[in-house]
Design a binder for this molecule. Structure first.
Ligand code: TGC
Ligand code: FAD
Length: 384
Protein backbone atom coordinates (compact mmCIF):
# COMPACT_ATOMS: atom_id res chain seq x y z
CA UNK A 1 0.00 0.00 0.00
CA UNK A 2 1.34 3.45 -0.91
CA UNK A 3 2.77 5.75 1.78
CA UNK A 4 0.10 8.38 1.12
CA UNK A 5 1.08 10.79 3.93
CA UNK A 6 4.87 10.30 3.59
CA UNK A 7 4.97 8.71 7.03
CA UNK A 8 8.24 6.97 6.13
CA UNK A 9 9.93 10.36 6.44
CA UNK A 10 9.15 10.19 10.16
CA UNK A 11 10.84 6.82 10.61
CA UNK A 12 14.53 6.38 11.52
CA UNK A 13 16.88 4.27 9.40
CA UNK A 14 16.74 1.54 12.08
CA UNK A 15 12.93 1.55 12.09
CA UNK A 16 12.78 1.30 8.30
CA UNK A 17 15.29 -1.55 8.40
CA UNK A 18 13.23 -3.50 10.95
CA UNK A 19 10.05 -2.99 8.93
CA UNK A 20 11.61 -3.98 5.63
CA UNK A 21 13.40 -7.01 7.09
CA UNK A 22 10.21 -8.35 8.68
CA UNK A 23 8.31 -7.57 5.46
CA UNK A 24 10.75 -9.73 3.45
CA UNK A 25 10.57 -12.54 5.99
CA UNK A 26 6.77 -12.57 5.77
CA UNK A 27 6.65 -12.35 1.96
CA UNK A 28 9.42 -14.87 1.31
CA UNK A 29 8.75 -17.40 4.05
CA UNK A 30 5.49 -17.00 5.97
CA UNK A 31 3.09 -16.53 3.07
CA UNK A 32 4.37 -19.71 1.43
CA UNK A 33 3.21 -21.97 4.24
CA UNK A 34 0.54 -20.13 6.17
CA UNK A 35 -2.42 -21.37 4.17
CA UNK A 36 -1.45 -24.98 4.87
CA UNK A 37 -0.79 -24.25 8.57
CA UNK A 38 -4.20 -22.59 8.86
CA UNK A 39 -5.97 -25.43 7.14
CA UNK A 40 -4.33 -28.05 9.34
CA UNK A 41 -4.78 -25.88 12.47
CA UNK A 42 -1.10 -25.91 13.44
CA UNK A 43 1.13 -23.15 14.67
CA UNK A 44 4.15 -23.08 12.30
CA UNK A 45 6.82 -23.69 14.96
CA UNK A 46 9.61 -23.50 12.40
CA UNK A 47 9.27 -19.70 12.63
CA UNK A 48 10.23 -19.56 16.31
CA UNK A 49 14.02 -19.68 15.65
CA UNK A 50 13.52 -17.35 12.66
CA UNK A 51 11.77 -14.61 14.65
CA UNK A 52 14.46 -15.00 17.34
CA UNK A 53 17.23 -14.61 14.72
CA UNK A 54 15.49 -11.49 13.43
CA UNK A 55 15.70 -10.02 16.95
CA UNK A 56 11.93 -9.90 17.41
CA UNK A 57 11.85 -11.59 20.85
CA UNK A 58 12.55 -9.14 23.64
CA UNK A 59 12.78 -6.36 21.08
CA UNK A 60 12.43 -3.50 23.57
CA UNK A 61 14.54 -5.04 26.34
CA UNK A 62 18.18 -4.12 27.03
CA UNK A 63 20.82 -6.13 25.19
CA UNK A 64 22.14 -7.67 28.43
CA UNK A 65 18.94 -9.75 28.51
CA UNK A 66 19.13 -10.66 24.85
CA UNK A 67 16.88 -7.79 23.79
CA UNK A 68 17.44 -5.47 20.83
CA UNK A 69 16.80 -2.21 22.78
CA UNK A 70 14.66 -1.22 19.79
CA UNK A 71 12.20 1.68 19.84
CA UNK A 72 8.50 1.00 20.43
CA UNK A 73 7.86 2.30 16.91
CA UNK A 74 10.16 -0.46 15.61
CA UNK A 75 8.23 -3.00 17.65
CA UNK A 76 4.95 -1.68 16.24
CA UNK A 77 6.26 -1.86 12.68
CA UNK A 78 7.42 -5.45 13.27
CA UNK A 79 3.92 -6.36 14.52
CA UNK A 80 2.36 -4.64 11.50
CA UNK A 81 4.47 -6.64 9.07
CA UNK A 82 4.02 -9.95 10.93
CA UNK A 83 0.25 -9.58 10.89
CA UNK A 84 0.30 -8.97 7.13
CA UNK A 85 1.27 -12.65 7.21
CA UNK A 86 -1.04 -13.95 9.93
CA UNK A 87 -2.47 -12.72 13.23
CA UNK A 88 -1.34 -15.99 14.83
CA UNK A 89 2.33 -15.32 14.17
CA UNK A 90 2.02 -11.77 15.51
CA UNK A 91 0.20 -13.21 18.53
CA UNK A 92 3.10 -15.54 19.22
CA UNK A 93 5.52 -12.59 19.18
CA UNK A 94 3.15 -10.42 21.27
CA UNK A 95 2.78 -13.07 23.94
CA UNK A 96 6.50 -13.82 24.18
CA UNK A 97 7.48 -10.11 24.27
CA UNK A 98 4.71 -8.24 26.03
CA UNK A 99 3.06 -10.88 28.18
CA UNK A 100 6.00 -13.05 29.23
CA UNK A 101 9.39 -11.34 28.86
CA UNK A 102 7.99 -7.94 29.91
CA UNK A 103 6.53 -9.13 33.27
CA UNK A 104 9.74 -11.02 34.08
CA UNK A 105 11.77 -7.92 33.21
CA UNK A 106 9.48 -5.52 35.05
CA UNK A 107 8.31 -7.58 38.04
CA UNK A 108 10.94 -10.34 38.28
CA UNK A 109 13.99 -10.67 40.54
CA UNK A 110 17.52 -10.33 39.13
CA UNK A 111 17.87 -14.11 39.34
CA UNK A 112 14.65 -14.63 37.35
CA UNK A 113 15.77 -12.16 34.69
CA UNK A 114 19.13 -13.91 34.34
CA UNK A 115 17.58 -17.36 34.36
CA UNK A 116 14.81 -16.83 31.81
CA UNK A 117 15.19 -13.75 29.59
CA UNK A 118 18.26 -14.63 27.54
CA UNK A 119 16.86 -18.06 26.67
CA UNK A 120 13.47 -16.53 25.86
CA UNK A 121 15.06 -14.01 23.49
CA UNK A 122 16.63 -16.94 21.60
CA UNK A 123 13.32 -18.77 21.40
CA UNK A 124 14.85 -21.57 23.53
CA UNK A 125 12.14 -21.05 26.15
CA UNK A 126 8.58 -20.22 25.12
CA UNK A 127 6.09 -18.53 27.42
CA UNK A 128 2.34 -18.19 27.76
CA UNK A 129 0.24 -15.81 29.87
CA UNK A 130 -2.60 -17.05 32.03
CA UNK A 131 -5.06 -14.37 33.08
CA UNK A 132 -8.43 -15.36 31.53
CA UNK A 133 -10.44 -18.12 33.18
CA UNK A 134 -13.48 -20.10 32.05
CA UNK A 135 -15.70 -17.74 34.12
CA UNK A 136 -13.75 -14.48 33.94
CA UNK A 137 -12.44 -12.78 30.83
CA UNK A 138 -13.32 -9.08 30.73
CA UNK A 139 -13.37 -8.97 34.52
CA UNK A 140 -10.09 -10.57 35.62
CA UNK A 141 -10.52 -9.21 39.17
CA UNK A 142 -13.13 -11.95 39.66
CA UNK A 143 -10.61 -14.75 38.99
CA UNK A 144 -10.92 -17.95 41.02
CA UNK A 145 -7.37 -19.23 40.63
CA UNK A 146 -5.78 -19.07 44.04
CA UNK A 147 -2.27 -19.33 45.47
CA UNK A 148 -1.79 -20.18 49.14
CA UNK A 149 1.51 -19.55 50.90
CA UNK A 150 3.24 -22.62 52.23
CA UNK A 151 6.76 -23.43 53.41
CA UNK A 152 9.25 -22.55 50.64
CA UNK A 153 6.60 -21.65 48.09
CA UNK A 154 2.95 -21.50 47.08
CA UNK A 155 0.16 -24.00 46.36
CA UNK A 156 -1.67 -23.06 43.19
CA UNK A 157 -5.21 -24.23 42.31
CA UNK A 158 -7.48 -23.17 39.46
CA UNK A 159 -7.95 -23.05 35.69
CA UNK A 160 -7.04 -20.66 32.91
CA UNK A 161 -8.77 -20.74 29.52
CA UNK A 162 -8.09 -19.42 26.03
CA UNK A 163 -4.35 -19.20 26.53
CA UNK A 164 -2.13 -18.58 23.47
CA UNK A 165 0.87 -20.97 23.25
CA UNK A 166 -0.46 -22.97 26.25
CA UNK A 167 0.18 -26.44 24.91
CA UNK A 168 3.80 -25.97 23.87
CA UNK A 169 5.00 -23.29 26.29
CA UNK A 170 7.93 -24.06 28.59
CA UNK A 171 6.63 -21.67 31.21
CA UNK A 172 3.43 -19.82 32.05
CA UNK A 173 3.14 -16.40 33.65
CA UNK A 174 0.14 -17.12 35.88
CA UNK A 175 -1.93 -14.58 37.78
CA UNK A 176 -3.62 -15.83 40.93
CA UNK A 177 -5.45 -14.45 43.94
CA UNK A 178 -3.64 -14.65 47.25
CA UNK A 179 -4.68 -13.54 50.71
CA UNK A 180 -3.04 -10.21 49.82
CA UNK A 181 -4.43 -9.72 46.32
CA UNK A 182 -3.51 -10.77 42.78
CA UNK A 183 0.10 -11.87 42.28
CA UNK A 184 2.19 -13.29 39.42
CA UNK A 185 4.02 -16.63 39.26
CA UNK A 186 6.33 -18.30 36.77
CA UNK A 187 5.01 -21.84 36.45
CA UNK A 188 7.34 -24.24 34.63
CA UNK A 189 6.00 -27.06 32.51
CA UNK A 190 7.59 -29.78 34.69
CA UNK A 191 5.87 -28.65 37.90
CA UNK A 192 3.72 -31.38 39.34
CA UNK A 193 0.00 -30.60 39.35
CA UNK A 194 0.27 -28.47 36.20
CA UNK A 195 -1.57 -29.73 33.10
CA UNK A 196 -2.05 -28.08 29.67
CA UNK A 197 -4.68 -28.91 27.05
CA UNK A 198 -5.19 -27.69 23.52
CA UNK A 199 -8.51 -26.11 22.54
CA UNK A 200 -9.76 -27.65 19.27
CA UNK A 201 -12.47 -26.76 16.74
CA UNK A 202 -11.46 -23.09 16.48
CA UNK A 203 -12.60 -21.35 13.30
CA UNK A 204 -10.35 -18.35 14.01
CA UNK A 205 -6.61 -18.20 14.78
CA UNK A 206 -6.14 -21.67 13.38
CA UNK A 207 -2.41 -21.14 12.80
CA UNK A 208 -1.99 -20.28 16.49
CA UNK A 209 -2.03 -22.65 19.45
CA UNK A 210 -4.69 -21.86 22.06
CA UNK A 211 -5.32 -23.93 25.16
CA UNK A 212 -6.13 -24.30 28.83
CA UNK A 213 -3.97 -24.44 31.95
CA UNK A 214 -5.07 -26.44 34.99
CA UNK A 215 -3.43 -26.28 38.42
CA UNK A 216 -4.21 -28.89 41.01
CA UNK A 217 -2.22 -28.38 44.22
CA UNK A 218 0.66 -27.26 42.02
CA UNK A 219 3.69 -26.30 44.15
CA UNK A 220 5.44 -23.14 42.92
CA UNK A 221 8.72 -22.44 44.74
CA UNK A 222 9.40 -18.99 46.18
CA UNK A 223 12.04 -18.35 43.53
CA UNK A 224 9.27 -18.46 40.89
CA UNK A 225 7.11 -15.82 42.59
CA UNK A 226 7.29 -12.42 40.82
CA UNK A 227 8.30 -10.11 43.69
CA UNK A 228 7.39 -6.89 41.88
CA UNK A 229 3.81 -8.04 41.22
CA UNK A 230 2.69 -6.73 44.62
CA UNK A 231 0.83 -3.88 42.93
CA UNK A 232 -2.06 -6.35 42.39
CA UNK A 233 -4.25 -6.32 39.24
CA UNK A 234 -2.28 -3.34 37.93
CA UNK A 235 0.65 -5.72 37.24
CA UNK A 236 -1.09 -7.96 34.66
CA UNK A 237 -2.96 -4.93 33.29
CA UNK A 238 0.36 -3.18 32.62
CA UNK A 239 1.41 -6.21 30.53
CA UNK A 240 -1.86 -5.93 28.62
CA UNK A 241 -1.05 -2.31 27.77
CA UNK A 242 2.21 -3.50 26.17
CA UNK A 243 0.45 -6.19 24.15
CA UNK A 244 -2.49 -3.99 23.13
CA UNK A 245 -0.02 -1.47 21.72
CA UNK A 246 1.49 -4.12 19.42
CA UNK A 247 -1.98 -5.36 18.44
CA UNK A 248 -2.98 -1.84 17.31
CA UNK A 249 -0.16 -1.96 14.75
CA UNK A 250 -0.68 -5.63 13.93
CA UNK A 251 -4.38 -5.35 13.12
CA UNK A 252 -3.62 -2.51 10.71
CA UNK A 253 -1.01 -4.78 9.07
CA UNK A 254 -3.77 -7.33 8.41
CA UNK A 255 -5.97 -4.50 7.09
CA UNK A 256 -3.18 -3.33 4.75
CA UNK A 257 -2.79 -6.87 3.41
CA UNK A 258 -6.55 -7.03 2.75
CA UNK A 259 -6.60 -3.61 1.09
CA UNK A 260 -3.78 -4.58 -1.30
CA UNK A 261 -5.68 -7.72 -2.23
CA UNK A 262 -8.94 -5.78 -2.72
CA UNK A 263 -7.28 -3.14 -4.90
CA UNK A 264 -5.48 -5.62 -7.14
CA UNK A 265 -8.55 -7.83 -7.47
CA UNK A 266 -11.05 -5.09 -8.28
CA UNK A 267 -8.75 -3.56 -10.92
CA UNK A 268 -8.33 -6.95 -12.56
CA UNK A 269 -11.79 -8.50 -12.28
CA UNK A 270 -14.12 -7.51 -15.11
CA UNK A 271 -17.87 -7.40 -14.74
CA UNK A 272 -20.32 -5.65 -17.11
CA UNK A 273 -17.38 -5.04 -19.52
CA UNK A 274 -15.31 -2.97 -17.07
CA UNK A 275 -13.10 -3.58 -14.04
CA UNK A 276 -15.23 -3.70 -10.92
CA UNK A 277 -12.94 -0.93 -9.51
CA UNK A 278 -14.48 1.39 -12.13
CA UNK A 279 -17.79 1.41 -10.27
CA UNK A 280 -18.54 4.27 -7.88
CA UNK A 281 -19.85 1.92 -5.21
CA UNK A 282 -16.65 -0.12 -5.31
CA UNK A 283 -14.45 2.99 -5.24
CA UNK A 284 -16.37 4.09 -2.19
CA UNK A 285 -15.47 0.83 -0.47
CA UNK A 286 -11.82 1.26 -1.48
CA UNK A 287 -11.56 4.88 -0.37
CA UNK A 288 -13.21 4.09 2.97
CA UNK A 289 -10.72 1.27 3.59
CA UNK A 290 -7.78 3.39 2.47
CA UNK A 291 -8.83 6.34 4.65
CA UNK A 292 -9.25 4.24 7.78
CA UNK A 293 -5.84 2.63 7.31
CA UNK A 294 -4.10 5.98 6.80
CA UNK A 295 -5.81 7.48 9.87
CA UNK A 296 -4.93 4.44 11.99
CA UNK A 297 -1.30 4.58 10.87
CA UNK A 298 -1.07 8.19 12.10
CA UNK A 299 -2.65 7.24 15.42
CA UNK A 300 -0.30 4.28 15.90
CA UNK A 301 2.78 6.29 15.01
CA UNK A 302 1.89 9.13 17.37
CA UNK A 303 1.21 6.73 20.25
CA UNK A 304 4.44 4.88 19.42
CA UNK A 305 6.43 8.11 19.62
CA UNK A 306 4.73 8.96 22.94
CA UNK A 307 5.50 5.45 24.20
CA UNK A 308 9.16 5.94 23.29
CA UNK A 309 9.09 9.05 25.49
CA UNK A 310 7.23 7.17 28.24
CA UNK A 311 4.21 9.42 27.76
CA UNK A 312 1.66 6.96 26.34
CA UNK A 313 -1.22 6.18 28.71
CA UNK A 314 -3.31 2.98 28.83
CA UNK A 315 -6.31 5.01 27.59
CA UNK A 316 -4.41 6.10 24.46
CA UNK A 317 -3.52 2.47 23.83
CA UNK A 318 -7.19 1.47 24.30
CA UNK A 319 -8.15 4.03 21.66
CA UNK A 320 -5.58 2.66 19.20
CA UNK A 321 -6.34 -1.03 19.90
CA UNK A 322 -10.10 -0.71 19.57
CA UNK A 323 -9.89 1.58 16.53
CA UNK A 324 -7.45 -0.72 14.72
CA UNK A 325 -9.38 -3.91 15.46
CA UNK A 326 -12.76 -2.46 14.51
CA UNK A 327 -11.53 -0.93 11.26
CA UNK A 328 -9.37 -3.92 10.32
CA UNK A 329 -12.33 -6.27 10.80
CA UNK A 330 -14.55 -4.00 8.68
CA UNK A 331 -11.84 -3.84 6.00
CA UNK A 332 -11.41 -7.63 5.96
CA UNK A 333 -15.20 -8.10 5.66
CA UNK A 334 -15.44 -5.51 2.87
CA UNK A 335 -12.56 -7.17 1.02
CA UNK A 336 -14.18 -10.57 1.44
CA UNK A 337 -17.29 -9.16 -0.21
CA UNK A 338 -15.35 -7.49 -3.06
CA UNK A 339 -13.76 -10.83 -3.94
CA UNK A 340 -17.16 -12.47 -4.33
CA UNK A 341 -17.02 -16.25 -4.04
CA UNK A 342 -13.22 -16.21 -4.27
CA UNK A 343 -13.27 -14.28 -1.01
CA UNK A 344 -14.15 -17.42 0.94
CA UNK A 345 -11.18 -19.39 -0.39
CA UNK A 346 -8.03 -19.64 1.75
CA UNK A 347 -6.07 -19.17 -1.47
CA UNK A 348 -6.92 -15.45 -1.45
CA UNK A 349 -5.90 -15.01 2.24
CA UNK A 350 -8.77 -12.65 3.07
CA UNK A 351 -11.10 -15.08 4.81
CA UNK A 352 -8.17 -16.13 7.01
CA UNK A 353 -7.48 -12.52 8.03
CA UNK A 354 -11.19 -11.93 8.56
CA UNK A 355 -11.62 -14.96 10.82
CA UNK A 356 -8.44 -14.13 12.75
CA UNK A 357 -9.54 -10.55 13.32
CA UNK A 358 -12.68 -11.80 15.07
CA UNK A 359 -10.34 -13.05 17.82
CA UNK A 360 -8.12 -9.98 17.75
CA UNK A 361 -11.24 -7.83 18.20
CA UNK A 362 -12.13 -9.87 21.32
CA UNK A 363 -8.84 -10.64 23.03
CA UNK A 364 -6.74 -8.18 24.99
CA UNK A 365 -9.93 -6.36 25.97
CA UNK A 366 -13.07 -6.49 23.83
CA UNK A 367 -14.21 -3.42 21.92
CA UNK A 368 -16.81 -2.70 24.64
CA UNK A 369 -14.14 -2.84 27.36
CA UNK A 370 -11.93 -0.35 25.50
CA UNK A 371 -14.88 2.00 24.98
CA UNK A 372 -15.51 1.83 28.74
CA UNK A 373 -11.84 2.51 29.55
CA UNK A 374 -11.98 5.59 27.32
CA UNK A 375 -15.43 6.51 28.68
CA UNK A 376 -14.04 6.45 32.21
CA UNK A 377 -11.17 8.71 31.14
CA UNK A 378 -13.50 11.23 29.49
CA UNK A 379 -16.23 11.31 32.15
CA UNK A 380 -14.34 10.33 35.27
CA UNK A 381 -17.10 7.75 35.88
CA UNK A 382 -16.42 4.00 35.81
CA UNK A 383 -19.25 2.24 33.91
CA UNK A 384 -17.88 -1.33 34.21
P1 TGC B 1 -9.31 -1.08 37.91
O1 TGC B 1 -9.78 -0.75 39.27
O2 TGC B 1 -9.68 -0.16 36.78
O3 TGC B 1 -7.73 -1.26 37.92
C1 TGC B 1 -7.07 -2.01 38.91
C2 TGC B 1 -5.70 -1.39 39.09
O4 TGC B 1 -4.94 -1.51 37.88
C3 TGC B 1 -4.59 -0.20 37.37
N1 TGC B 1 -4.74 -0.28 35.91
C4 TGC B 1 -3.71 -0.38 35.08
N2 TGC B 1 -2.40 -0.39 35.30
C5 TGC B 1 -1.60 -0.51 34.23
N3 TGC B 1 -2.06 -0.63 32.97
C6 TGC B 1 -3.38 -0.64 32.72
N4 TGC B 1 -3.83 -0.80 31.46
C7 TGC B 1 -4.28 -0.50 33.79
N5 TGC B 1 -5.63 -0.48 33.91
C8 TGC B 1 -5.90 -0.33 35.21
C9 TGC B 1 -5.57 0.74 38.01
O5 TGC B 1 -5.05 2.04 38.09
C10 TGC B 1 -5.76 0.11 39.39
O6 TGC B 1 -4.63 0.43 40.17
P2 TGC B 1 -4.77 0.70 41.76
O7 TGC B 1 -3.38 1.03 42.17
O8 TGC B 1 -5.76 1.81 41.89
O9 TGC B 1 -5.28 -0.60 42.32
O10 TGC B 1 -9.74 -2.58 37.60
P3 TGC B 1 -11.13 -3.22 37.22
O11 TGC B 1 -11.25 -4.51 37.92
O12 TGC B 1 -12.23 -2.18 37.40
O13 TGC B 1 -10.99 -3.59 35.66
C11 TGC B 1 -10.65 -2.72 34.74
C12 TGC B 1 -10.73 -3.32 33.31
C13 TGC B 1 -12.11 -3.82 33.00
C14 TGC B 1 -10.37 -2.20 32.38
C15 TGC B 1 -9.73 -4.47 33.18
O14 TGC B 1 -10.06 -5.51 34.00
C16 TGC B 1 -9.57 -4.95 31.76
O15 TGC B 1 -8.78 -4.41 31.02
N6 TGC B 1 -10.30 -6.06 31.34
C17 TGC B 1 -10.04 -6.71 30.06
C18 TGC B 1 -9.27 -7.98 30.31
C19 TGC B 1 -8.34 -8.32 29.20
O16 TGC B 1 -8.00 -7.50 28.36
N7 TGC B 1 -7.83 -9.55 29.20
C20 TGC B 1 -6.83 -9.93 28.28
C21 TGC B 1 -6.23 -11.28 28.66
S1 TGC B 1 -4.69 -11.60 27.88
C22 TGC B 1 -5.07 -11.84 26.27
O17 TGC B 1 -6.15 -11.67 25.80
C23 TGC B 1 -3.94 -12.24 25.43
S2 TGC B 1 -4.28 -12.44 23.77
C24 TGC B 1 -2.69 -12.75 23.36
C25 TGC B 1 -2.41 -12.90 21.95
O18 TGC B 1 -2.54 -14.03 21.45
O19 TGC B 1 -1.96 -11.89 21.32
P1 FAD C 1 -16.74 -11.94 28.34
O1 FAD C 1 -15.94 -11.15 29.31
O2 FAD C 1 -17.66 -12.96 28.87
O3 FAD C 1 -17.54 -10.93 27.41
C1 FAD C 1 -18.61 -11.38 26.56
C2 FAD C 1 -19.23 -10.15 25.91
O4 FAD C 1 -19.78 -9.30 26.93
C3 FAD C 1 -18.22 -9.29 25.14
O5 FAD C 1 -18.80 -8.78 23.98
C4 FAD C 1 -17.91 -8.15 26.11
O6 FAD C 1 -17.53 -6.96 25.44
C5 FAD C 1 -19.26 -7.99 26.80
N1 FAD C 1 -19.11 -7.39 28.13
C6 FAD C 1 -18.56 -7.93 29.24
N2 FAD C 1 -18.59 -7.05 30.25
C7 FAD C 1 -19.17 -5.92 29.78
C8 FAD C 1 -19.48 -4.64 30.31
N3 FAD C 1 -19.19 -4.35 31.61
N4 FAD C 1 -20.07 -3.75 29.53
C9 FAD C 1 -20.36 -4.01 28.24
N5 FAD C 1 -20.08 -5.21 27.66
C10 FAD C 1 -19.51 -6.14 28.42
N6 FAD C 1 -6.43 -14.68 27.63
C11 FAD C 1 -5.27 -14.81 28.35
O7 FAD C 1 -5.25 -14.59 29.56
N7 FAD C 1 -4.10 -15.18 27.74
C12 FAD C 1 -4.03 -15.45 26.42
O8 FAD C 1 -2.96 -15.78 25.90
C13 FAD C 1 -5.21 -15.34 25.64
N8 FAD C 1 -5.21 -15.66 24.32
C14 FAD C 1 -6.40 -15.67 23.61
C15 FAD C 1 -6.38 -16.15 22.30
C16 FAD C 1 -7.57 -16.21 21.59
C17 FAD C 1 -7.56 -16.76 20.19
C18 FAD C 1 -8.78 -15.76 22.18
C19 FAD C 1 -10.07 -15.80 21.40
C20 FAD C 1 -8.79 -15.30 23.47
C21 FAD C 1 -7.61 -15.27 24.22
N9 FAD C 1 -7.60 -14.86 25.57
C22 FAD C 1 -6.43 -14.95 26.30
C23 FAD C 1 -8.85 -14.53 26.24
C24 FAD C 1 -9.37 -13.13 25.95
O9 FAD C 1 -8.59 -12.16 26.57
C25 FAD C 1 -10.83 -13.06 26.43
O10 FAD C 1 -11.59 -13.87 25.58
C26 FAD C 1 -11.37 -11.63 26.43
O11 FAD C 1 -10.73 -10.86 27.43
C27 FAD C 1 -12.89 -11.59 26.65
O12 FAD C 1 -13.27 -12.36 27.72
P2 FAD C 1 -14.47 -13.46 27.56
O13 FAD C 1 -14.18 -14.29 26.37
O14 FAD C 1 -14.60 -14.15 28.87
O15 FAD C 1 -15.77 -12.62 27.27
Amino acid sequence: MEDFLHLDENLSADELMVRDTVHRFVSDEVLLVIEQAYESAEFPKQFVPRVAELGLLGMNLPTEYGGSAASYVSYGLACQELEKGDSGLRSFVSVQNSLCMYPIFRYGSDEQKKRFLLKMSRGALIGCFGLTEPDSGSDPASMKTHAKKTKGGWILNGNKAWITNAAFADLAIVWANTSEGIRGFIVEKEFSGFVRRDIHHKMSMRASSTGELAFSDCFVPDENYLPGSERGLGAPLSCLTQARYGIAWGAIGAAMACFDIALAYTKERVSFQKPIAANQLVQHDLTKMFSEIVKAQCLNLQIGRLKDQDKATPEMVSLAKSNACREALNIARTTRNLLGANGISLEYHVIRHMMNLESVFTYEGTDNIHQLILGKHITGISAF
